[in-house]
Design a protein around this ligand. Structure first.
Ligand SMILES: [Zn+2]
Length: 157
């Protein structure tokens, strides 16, 4: 059984054959990026290249119709939104004892700061609802950026 080899002159480029549907593909399609070259003779024709990429209509149905909330919370905004925090920092600017306390908390490393704030907050909440706003203001200090800015504000002047 002889294997027939069709030799072609070097000057003529053998057409690419689509791996999937076996159609001939012009080299210019590959150069143009319409077809994807696999090797010297094999490619994926423009049709096959686009077919599998078509999204399954079912998956389109699965795209949630509920919009993701646009609002992210940049930390700066969060701080600005928490009036109590601002009031607390402002009060600390006038009250040396409170100021030292806040700076002390803010200067702790993340782990210790969080632990301290957690215990302070639960203490406050145990004392009643009145302390809840201050507790939530303190919670903000868990954030590194907030802590850093608090130190900036309170050590300035
Ligand atoms: Zn094809």
């Amino acid at each position: 059984m002889a294997i027939k080899t069709q030799r072609r002159p070097y000057t003529v480029h053998a057409p690419y054959i689509c791996r999937d549907c076996k159609t001939k593909v012009q080299k210019r399609d590959i150069i143009a990026g319409r077809a994807k070259e696999i090797d010297d003779t094999t490619c994926i024709c423009p049709d096959c290249l686009t077919k599998p990429k078509k999204p399954d209509p079912k998956s389109q149905d699965q795209i949630p119709t509920v919009r993701r909330p646009m609002r992210q919370k940049p930390q700066a905004k969060l701080v600005a939104e928490n009036e109590t925090f601002i009031v607390m920092v402002a009060a600390a600017q006038d009250d040396p004892k409170m100021r030292a306390q806040l700076i002390g908390i803010a200067q702790l490393d993340n782990l210790h700061r969080e632990a301290l704030i957690n215990s302070l907050v639960s203490d406050m909440l145990r004392k009643g609802k009145k302390m809840a706003p201050i507790a939530s203001a303190l919670e903000l200090l868990k954030d590194d950026n907030v802590a850093r800015r608090t130190i900036e504000v309170l050590t300035k002047r």
